[in-house]
Design a protein around this ligand. Structure first.
Ligand code: AHG
Ligand code: MN
Ligand code: MN
Ligand code: MN
Length: 336
């Protein structure tokens, strides 16, 4: 059987669903950048890429060397192609302007260049998350600087979303709004090959992911739901659950897309002004689009994540995503 490469999949999407050529090019460029990041990650200590930069990002997190390297790889790969009007990232305070010498395009790219960076130094899976939006016309025509406003669109407006996972295998998981496709990197050939067609999240599950060490700081509905999961067969859910926490959203979501489960990062009473840890625009939105495209659900406990109107680039949000039945239950507890 002939292998379907990422390029072939994208070209066939152009034929069958009128995927614009510049969007196809954008995805190919992001995939190429992810290959480069994968290579840097895999070098580890030999490449001198482990450890911290000694700097902080806009959210006050210490930047790892690979956070910064991955951000630069994505910027350099994407700035000259003419397909983007601008970029934004976890590792940059403000929107990134396409340098004046390059043409501007119709799309905006928002990314978490390296997700799960606390895992890097211990050789556990990390990833890259990305979201593609259309740039509103008034900003495309504008010759001057692109401001943050152009990016502040709800997740329902995403035209594509995906992640790369750098694990035992490097994979690219992608949606263009027509299902979720998983591609595995063939390192010798240097190409992503379609290996996981139409990934689906089963509606029910017996596996959950949450950082249990924060339990005492959660809100009541989350405490109640997790207590029921822990009560197992003897509890109201009458089923034993298993727990996993990789501490890299990409890896936890990848497991859920592969075998089901529910992932939670709730609001935390220690920082009442923050609605959660994860970032809406480059973590929660792209992952929610993937999960919904795979038949699952994603909410902040009160509403669908994709419906939230963002107010700032680095806005945080509580996240409950994965198997539909479980997400509906914990969301229901917030309402009840
Ligand atoms: P990032 O490394 O991009 O800052 O994201 C880290 C996030 C996410 O990947 C993960 O789910 C979560 O932080 C882990 O949080 P804990 O440290 O509370 O386990
Ligand atoms: Mn970070
Ligand atoms: Mn992240
Ligand atoms: Mn990150």
């Amino acid at each position: 059987m002939s292998r379907v490469s990422l390029s072939r999949y994208l070209i066939e999407q152009t034929r069958s669903h009128n995927t614009p050529a510049d969007l196809r090019f954008l995805i190919e460029v992001v995939a190429r950048a992810c290959k480069e990041i994968s290579h840097a990650v895999s070098k580890g200590a030999l490449g001198g890429v482990l450890g911290s930069m000694g700097t902080e990002n806009v959210q006050g997190e210490v930047q790892k060397k690979l956070d910064v390297i991955s951000n630069e790889i994505l910027l350099e790969a994407n700035e000259w192609g003419g397909h983007l009007a601008g970029m934004a990232s976890e590792e940059m305070d403000n929107a990134y302007q396409i340098p004046g010498q390059y043409p501007k395009g119709a799309y905006l790219l928002v990314f978490d260049p390296l997700d799960g960076s606390s895992n890097i130094d211990v050789n556990v899976s990390v990833g890259t998350i990305f979201s593609v939006l259309r740039c509103p016309d008034k900003y495309v025509e504008q010759t001057g600087s692109l401001d943050e406003q152009a990016f502040l669109q709800p997740g329902t407006e995403q035209v594509a979303a995906g992640y790369a996972i750098y694990g035992p295998q490097t994979m690219l998981v992608l949606t263009l709004g027509d299902g979720v496709m998983g591609f595995t990197l063939d390192r010798e050939m240097g190409s992503f090959v379609l290996t996981h067609e139409n990934m689906k999240v089963p509606a029910s599950t017996a596996e959950f992911a949450i950082n249990m060490s924060n339990q005492r700081h959660w809100e009541e509905p989350v405490k109640r739901y997790v207590a029921e999961l822990l009560a197992g067969k003897e509890g109201p859910l009458e089923k034993n659950y298993n727990m996993r926490w990789i501490a890299a959203m990409v890896a936890d979501v990848h497991r859920i897309l592969t075998r089901g489960g529910v992932f939670m990062y709730p609001r935390d009473a220690r920082e009442p002004e923050k609605p959660g840890k994860l970032r809406l625009m480059y973590e929660a939105n792209p992952m929610s689009m993937l999960i919904e495209q795979a038949g699952g659900a994603a909410t902040n406990g009160h509403q669908r994540i994709l419906d939230i109107q963002p107010e700032s680039l680095h806005q945080r949000v509580a996240v409950f995503l994965g198997s539909k039945d479980e997400v509906e239950r914990v969301t229901g507890y917030h309402k009840g």
